[in-house]
Design a protein around this ligand. Structure first.
Ligand code: FDA
Length: 308
């Protein structure tokens, strides 16, 4: 019951102000967000990569409502990529982008504005030997995001995308995307979606995840298994064996701060393991989605308000 309430709150400006102003919020946020600025986040990235993990960095931000902010997002990613080049991390670190932060939802030409902004990011990523993955947001953005993916892949074929097993359409999308050179991250989905477009129960979302995973593992693309769920991880390993995929022809991905021992275990066992590392001041929406996923996180957050 709490999940949908928290997901609704994740889009409320009033709640954003209340949560961000609470002095004890910060230590809880730090569990999921690697820093307010790029440079403290890079310390965490160095530590992760030194321990055998790979990363995808997300400069936090979404739902921008003016073109200047969309350009600022692009510039932040260009700065991030230059920092990765300086650190020599181009082969172990890539970037994840939310197109709503690049202007996708702007009423006048948002799709094209987002495409032009993200194209510059993809160009620099290619130049430094790394890749861009397009995160997936709510269902109203899927056609536009897959359209931008197709455009980018013409010049940057290793641009990746995310598909969400909770959406009814995803099996079809997976079939189209399971082609040579195509990088696809499969996740369950983190937004509040109506019953007209998405499965509502965890059991149905999990079953759909397995069906889509089969399509991706059997296909010619590069599956990226984005989940912390031990059952999904075990099934992914079984499918990889069934389709004769060696580690490195697929990868696991988890979020920064979640199941860190399991992240290290998989890497230690020879799997390719990538950590999604978000950083930046605009952490509210991301943070609220993490609370919504797991009531225990909310309890942890609320306990921090109690006197110690
Ligand atoms: P599930 O929610 O069933 O959780 C399984 C287990 O994992 C839990 O029992 C718990 O142990 C642990 N766990 C899961 N979430 C936790 C949390 N928040 N805190 C602590 N423990 C937790 N979504 C989206 O819509 N668009 C996107 O682009 C992305 N991108 C993305 C990238 C990567 C690398 C990951 C791992 C996930 C995303 N997601 C996403 C989020 C995704 O849709 C989903 O909401 C979460 O991954 C939770 O689903 P699980 O598959 O982990 O399983």
């Amino acid at each position: 019951m709490l999940g949908p309430v928290l997901l609704a709150a994740s889009r409320s400006d009033r709640m954003r102000r209340i949560v961000a102003a609470a002095p004890i919020t910060r230590p809880v946020v730090n569990r999921f967000v690697a820093g307010d600025e790029l440079h403290p986040a890079m310390d965490n990235v160095r530590e992760l990569t030194a321990s055998g993990l790979e990363v995808t960095l997300d400069h936090l931000g979404e739902d921008v409502t003016d073109e200047a902010t969309a350009h600022a997002t692009r510039d932040a990613y260009l700065g991030l990529l230059r920092a990765l080049r300086t650190e020599g991390l181009g082969t172990r670190a890539e970037v994840s982008v939310k197109l709503s932060a690049f202007g996708q939802a702007l009423p006048d030409g948002g799709h094209d504005i987002a495409l032009e902004n993200v194209r510059e990011v993809a160009e620099l990523a290619t130049a430094i030997g790394t890749t861009v993955t397009l995160d997936m947001e709510d269902h109203t953005t899927v056609d536009s995001t897959l359209g931008i993916l197709a455009e980018l892949r013409k010049e940057h074929p290793d641009t990746g995308a995310v598909i969400q097993s909770y959406l009814f359409r995803t099996e079809d999308d997976a079939r189209k995307l399971a082609v040579a050179g195509s990088r696809v991250r499969l996740v369950k989905g983190a937004y509040k979606e109506p019953a007209s477009v998405a499965f509502q129960s965890k059991a149905e979302v999990d079953k759909a995840y397995v069906r889509v995973l089969k399509i991706l593992m059997a296909g010619d693309g590069y599956p990226m298994v984005g989940s912390h769920d031990p059952r999904m991880i075990a099934i992914a390993q079984e499918l990889a064996a069934r389709y004769d995929r060696k580690p490195g022809s697929y990868e696991f991905q988890m979020l920064y701060g979640i199941r860190t021992a399991e992240q290290r275990r998989l890497a230690h066992d020879g799997e390719r393991m990538r950590i999604y590392v978000p950083y930046g001041a605009d952490w509210y929406g991301y943070f609220m989605r993490r609370l919504a996923e797991r009531p225990a996180n909310l309890a942890f957050f609320l306990r921090s308000f109690l006197p110690s």
